[in-house]
Ligand binder design. Structure first.
Ligand code: ADP
Ligand code: MG
Length: 317
């Protein structure tokens, strides 16, 4: 999935912990095979190859993931859309792009983006992309899905606790190595590296989307990898969005969605959803939270808490 996964298993029995971690890794690899856009043998690639040609019969698992992705598109009025991927070749965030893409090229790709043109047939378990040139990609939901599934398997292996961190997308189960609830620190963006609050995240996912990892700078302007499907251009305004809820897949998809919707519409959406909270940092480095997110502020900020919101990789104390 092009990102680093970190798996943690808590158990007095080392063998148990190691085999749980191995089971988690196997599961992540299995999912990658199914949904990867880079692997031409994946079912997802087969769907894209047959765009505008014919429906492709897929595993129930992939079918369901696509169905849930479309649900999120409906919920966000298209801010989240797995068919954003027709722009994959237009914007490249690998540092090779030196000029802005042609606006006509962008317009041609935007015309292919439309989750309503992903046609599902539940009886046949088939997926059809209606238009030629349409493409799907799970970059904004796949990591969360894989984290959910890996943790689910690990949690059934007799551990005391487990945590999966998919490059800043965290989900935990059970207790940490001290027998306590898992906690992650929240860093004040204005005081880099210092935790000013924390969240107890027992059996909860905390997923962060940021614009500080994958981006290109063209003519001194920063363009990051989350794209507004309506315009075909990278979104601006927010530098990080964290979603807190029970399900890492949903959190992953919603983090991307809030990025696209922006601060006001994003907060409005999250405030309407029960059991889902959000914390965001604007480009001006101001911090906002959804109405029901209550942070425990620490009087004296501490440095280097083990897991930090906004950190792509867990940081050891
Ligand atoms: P992060 O990698 O920071 O966790 P996200 O979960 O937000 O980021 O996923 C970003 C990826 O999602 C992009 O690299 C791209 O593959 C894909 N993507 C970009 N824009 C959209 C969008 N509007 N809807 C769905 N997927 C998107
Ligand atoms: Mg996401």
């Amino acid at each position: 999935m092009g990102s680093r996964f970190e798996l943690t298993a808590v158990s007095p029995d080392e063998k148990k912990a190691v085999s749980a971690i191995n089971a988690g890794i196997t599961e992540i690899k299995r999912i990658e095979k199914l949904i990867s856009s880079w692997d031409p043998r994946s079912q997802s690639s087969e769907i894209t190859r047959n765009a505008g040609i014919k429906p492709v019969v897929v595993d129930q698992e992939l079918f369901n993931l696509i169905r849930r992705s479309i649900k999120i598109s409906k919920l966000t009025h298209g801010a989240f859309d797995i068919s954003y991927a027709s722009l994959d070749k237009v914007w490249r965030f690998d540092g090779e792009m030196k000029n802005l893409p042609d606006s006509s090229e962008i317009a041609a790709s935007v015309a292919k983006i439309n989750y309503r043109n992903i046609i599902l047939n539940p009886e046949k378990r088939s997926v059809l992309l209606k238009d030629k040139g349409m493409k799907i990609g799970f970059g904004a939901i796949g990591k969360g899905y894989a984290a959910n599934k890996a943790l689910d398997i690990m949690s059934k292996m007799g551990l005391d606790g487990a945590l999966v961190n998919a490059s800043g997308d965290l989900i935990s189960w059970g207790k940490d190595e001290g027998g306590k609830n898992w906690k992650i620190g929240i860093v004040n963006p204005k005081q880099k590296g210092k935790v000013f609050s924390w969240l107890s995240i027992n059996e909860t996912a905390v997923v962060t989307s940021g614009n500080y990892e994958k981006f290109v700078i063209i003519n001194g302007k920063k363009y990051s990898h989350i794209i507004d499907p309506r315009t075909g251009y990278p979104v601006r305004g927010l530098s990080s969005v964290s979603i807190i809820c029970a399900n890492a897949e949903l959190a992953d998809a919603l983090a991307t969605s809030v990025f696209v919707l922006g601060k006001d519409k994003g907060l409005e959406l999250i405030n309407h959803l029960k059991g889902i909270e959000c914390l965001l940092v604007t480009d001006e480095q101001d911090l906002f939270t959804s109405d029901n997110l209550h942070l425990d502020y620490i009087k004296k900020p501490i440095a280097n808490y083990k897991y930090q919101i906004g950190k792509k990789h867990a940081q050891k104390e």
